[in-house]
Design a protein around this ligand. Structure first.
Ligand SMILES: *[C@@H]1O[C@H](CO)[C@@H](O)[C@H](O)[C@H]1NC(C)=O
Ligand SMILES: *[C@@H]1O[C@H](CO)[C@@H](O)[C@H](O)[C@H]1NC(C)=O
Ligand SMILES: *[C@@H]1O[C@H](CO)[C@@H](O)[C@H](O)[C@H]1NC(C)=O
Ligand SMILES: *[C@@H]1O[C@H](CO)[C@@H](O)[C@H](O)[C@H]1NC(C)=O
Length: 390
């Protein structure tokens, strides 16, 4: 839909894209679970509250979190033996509520997540497994967003002198960079298997074959998050900034004419059968450009126009107005996974002349789109906040 951005007067802004999206989710309702999808959406509520000052956003969000955090500071249904990076994303939201209210139960709940990180299984070089037992020795770009920016926030505010922790966090990013970044294109493939046994793993590097847009989007946002809390004096700071800016350069080059980005971003698959412009990755990159400009990491003259072009596509094409006054968010792929077995079960008959990655391309492009997917709507809200506060 075409938004007419209202002039923000003294912090009062009601009919903004960010607020309309937040209102729509409140009206529809969101099941309260510890799923990172919800946690990603809730980040948008932090911004809706910040932008408008309207308490309804804070109180709705808090009630969602309070359904999960018990008064004794434990997390309802938390599995202390389940090592899945996805579950750790929640730590960020718990810290938000601790800082906002000062209530100990939120910090206590966040500390449960922090302690689980200490026990999390690792690759031989110290990288966190994406999930135990499903994805042993595998690091995915997604996992960096799920675990490491929370790990960094916790360290910054409660454990700042812990050099072991800072080094450990940097190592996660360094491992991803060393194994998944293509030096020529500047893009990163979805993940790697350090043991090189997964069916998709390159026998020499362990790398996955394709660049999946949402994985790159999670990583791009995770770099922004970690840079904001990274100690000035720690040597990895410059490296992390370099990871962010070089990725931004690559993203600027791969932006489609329409303003969006392809689901599978490898250049040779732009326009390939089944591939399409996907909304969650496009929202993450648009947001990343805008936030990068705001933080002074990216040059406004170079990145503002692509960001605005991206935002216009998101608002025009993927935000769809409904008769009841709410909006839907469309065009987000449900999932993309480096499932070590099933990936190749969803394949077309093999043609010897076919591209060697045809089967995995077929997998990613065969996953359905979801309406009102939190993983796309959340990043759209982040981008809206940046556009509305430019
Ligand atoms: C999280 O939610 C997504 C849908 O948004 C679902 O596909 C996934 O299975 C859920 N994960 C868990 C661990 O519940
Ligand atoms: C919004 O964020 C800014 C910058 O962090 C902060 O100064 C301000 O107090 C926030 N406003 C609200 C209503 O939380
Ligand atoms: C494939 O892996 C999934 C988890 O990633 C597991 O649940 C499933 O049982 C596995 N299937 C086979 C046939 O091994
Ligand atoms: C410092 O960080 C390391 C690595 O995360 C952790 O094992 C250790 O418990 C931390 N120390 C403190 C005092 O929290």
């Amino acid at each position: 839909m075409r938004f007419i951005l209202p002039v923000l007067a003294a912090g009062v802004a009601t009919a903004t894209p960010l607020a309309i999206m937040a209102d729509s989710f409140i009206k529809r309702g969101v099941p309260s679970t510890i799923n990172y999808s919800q946690m990603t959406l809730y980040g948008g509520f932090e911004l809706a509250y910040n932008l408008t000052g309207d308490e309804k956003y804070a109180s709705w969000y808090r009630s969602q979190i309070d359904a999960l955090v018990l008064n004794d500071g434990t997390i309802k249904g938390w599995d202390y033996g389940k090592y899945s990076l996805d579950n750790y994303r929640m730590g960020n939201n718990l810290l938000y509520w601790y800082w906002k209210t000062g209530e100990a139960k939120y910090k206590s709940a966040a500390s449960i997540v922090r302690q689980q990180i200490n026990r999390h299984p690792r690759t031989a070089t110290g990288g966190f497994w994406h999930r135990n037992p499903e994805y042993p020795n595998q690091m995915w770009l997604d996992g960096i967003f799920m675990a490491d920016s929370f790990y960094a926030k916790w360290t910054k505010y409660f454990d700042e002198k812990n050099t072991t922790a800072w080094d450990d966090i940097a190592l996660q990013y360094d491992n991803i960079e060393a194994h998944t970044r293509n030096a020529k294109t500047g893009l990163l493939v979805h993940g790697y298997d350090e043991s090189k046994v997964a069916v998709w793993a390159d026998p020499v590097t362990g790398a996955a074959p394709l660049v999946w847009n949402r994985a790159v989007g999670w990583y791009f946002m995770a770099l922004l998050e970690v840079i904001q809390v990274w100690p000035q004096s720690h040597p990895a700071r410059g490296r992390l900034i370099g990871y962010f800016t070089t990725l931004a350069t690559a993203l600027k080059k791969t932006q489609d004419e329409s303003g969006g980005w392809w689901l599978i971003m490898d250049r040779k698959y732009a326009g390939a059968k089944g591939n399409y412009i996907e909304s969650s990755g496009s929202a993450m990159f648009t947001y990343g450009f805008l936030k990068g400009i705001k933080l002074g990491l990216l040059d406004r003259d170079q990145y503002l126009a692509p960001a605005q072009k991206g935002y216009n596509l998101l608002a025009d094409k993927y935000v769809v107005e409904k008769d009841d006054g709410t909006v839907d968010w469309e065009g987000t792929v449900e999932v993309g996974s480096l499932n070590s077995n099933a990936t190749f079960e969803v394949t077309l008959p093999k043609d010897p002349d076919e591209d060697e990655n045809a089967d995995i391309l077929q997998y990613y492009t065969s996953v359905p789109l979801a309406v009102n997917d939190y993983k796309g709507a959340g990043p759209f809200m982040y981008a809206s906040y940046e556009i509305e506060t430019l």
